[in-house]
Design a protein around this ligand. Structure first.
Ligand SMILES: NNC(=O)[C@@H](O)[C@H](O)[C@H](O)COP(=O)(O)O
Ligand SMILES: [Zn+2]
Length: 439
């Protein structure tokens, strides 16, 4: 049986935080595939390219216009029996490209049990009953707020940033600082103190937030490098001062600006990645990324957004895990089931695996440098979606071969032997990202 290689036409969502017009990689990639209902407007934000079977924006076979969801429902062998048996007749993951012009909401994604409860209670705001662990891989330099900072860092800000301490509450701040400074001590008690301090901040009245935002921005503008650093000048102070004024410029008075003192500020260079388990707090700030997640669109938001906010659910659901920035990042490894040809080896091409600790997906990034560089992949017992984010080459499954350029997306059915080859010349880098599930 010929395993299908299906070129997909993928939809793009225009959330407010997306980059505008062709500045958006999501827009450029969507426009790379001919479609009669997409013309890129320079004044419109294009936030997310969706690749997969999620019914809110299902990808379509370019040739027939049929949705990938229908094709997988009709022929579950496309997914492989094992994947279809475990996840049903749809892809277990949702694959995206995000192009971020301004900060996304302060958010977290509910675990499976909470997702089922929220979906049953409020299907409009919580469209899925599934968890949404997610991984982000930077295509361009990326900034994000991810996970709670080490407690001593938060304690330092509560001591040095008066507007923050005022909103948290003097008593809650003092209790937190005491708990944070205890050597060793009870982990559960520390997380409880963190939840109390964070909850204190998030329950601030709009009037208090307005008043303290003015004070905070004033301090950021006047203190510059010594901002939030107890009078000591530091690059960290300058970075925080810039971030406060940037987010204020984007959102005006917003509780989310104060949340950045609780969360790690992470920067990723292209190819670097981070993974967020369900119930982990985060807010992406800038850059273009490839993102892969379990098949769900459940987002619980609490700030930096015009969308529906559910602050009490967010405060109650979080893991309150806290860790240094480097523990938020993921390190890729060489992918053992692909072979580079001589041209590939000699040009420094690479095939890297990003393998988070969940069953629904992994992602392989292939970089083929120079003409004739080729990577041959062993067949997978499961489905894949592959996108080209730069350069040009060809993609082949058996006798079927297609050209690939920036923005081209293909579905690769189960048990296909995939071959990628660069055709862009000596200085070209043919880069693809492939999301897949294999049980
Ligand atoms: N962290 N990234 C994600 O979860 C994306 O997949 C979501 O679709 C976005 O967070 C949606 O963000 P807004 O709700 O528009 O603020
Ligand atoms: Zn998210």
């Amino acid at each position: 049986m010929q395993v299908p290689l299906i070129r997909l036409q993928c939809g793009v969502n225009s959330y407010e935080w997306g980059k505008k017009g062709s500045d958006s990689a999501a827009a450029r990639f969507a426009a790379a595939t001919p479609s009669d209902d997409l013309s890129i407007r320079s004044d419109k934000p294009y936030a997310e390219l969706w690749m997969g079977t999620h019914p809110s924006n299902p990808s379509k076979d370019v040739n027939t216009g049929r949705t990938l969801l229908d094709l997988c429902s009709e022929n579950q062998l496309l997914l492989s029996q094992s994947v279809a048996a475990k996840y049903g007749a749809k892809l277990p993951f949702l694959f995206k490209v995000l192009s971020i012009n301004k900060a996304l909401s302060i958010q977290a994604h509910p675990n499976k049990k909470l997702a089922e409860q929220l979906h049953a209670r409020d299907p409009k705001n919580y469209p899925d009953d599934n968890h949404k662990p997610e991984m982000a891989i930077a295509i361009t330099p990326f900034e994000g707020l991810c996970g709670f900072r080490p407690l001593d860092e938060i304690a330092h800000f509560l001591e040095t940033v008066k507007p923050l301490r005022t909103l948290v509450g003097e008593e809650e701040a003092a209790q937190f600082i005491q708990a944070a400074k205890q050597e060793g001590g009870d982990e559960a008690a520390k997380k409880k103190a963190l939840q109390k301090a964070f909850g204190g901040l998030m329950s601030s009245s709009p009037e208090d937030v307005d008043r303290e935002t003015v004070n905070l921005v004033e301090l950021a503008k006047t203190e510059g490098e010594t901002f939030a650093a107890g009078g000591v000048s530091s690059t960290k102070g300058a970075v925080l001062a810039e971030l406060v004024t940037r987010l204020h410029g984007q959102f005006g008075s917003d509780i989310g600006i104060f949340v950045l003192f609780f969360l790690n500020f992470v920067t990723l260079q292209p190819g670097e990645a981070l993974f967020l388990v369900a119930d982990d707090i985060h807010a992406y700030v800038s850059g273009d990324i490839v993102e892969c997640m379990a098949a769900s669109d459940n987002v619980v938001r609490a700030g930096l957004t015009p969308k529906f906010k559910d602050v009490s659910t967010l405060v109650n659901m979080l893991t309150y895990n806290y860790a240094p920035i480097d523990q938020q990042k993921m390190t890729p490894t060489d992918y053992p089931y692909a072979t580079l040809n001589r041209a590939g080896y000699s040009s420094g091409s690479s095939v890297l695996l990003y393998d988070p600790p969940i069953d629904e997906f992994s992602v392989v990034r292939t970089l083929l440098r120079g003409d004739g560089a080729k990577a041959t992949f062993e067949p997978l017992e499961g489905p894949s979606i592959i996108i080209c984010t730069s350069g040009k080459g060809t993609i082949a499954v058996g006798p079927t071969k297609h050209e690939m350029k920036e923005g081209y997306v293909f579905f690769v059915g189960s048990t296909a032997e995939l071959v990628l080859e660069s055709t862009g010349g000596q200085d070209d880098e043919f880069i693809t990202y492939k999301a897949f599930c294999e049980i």
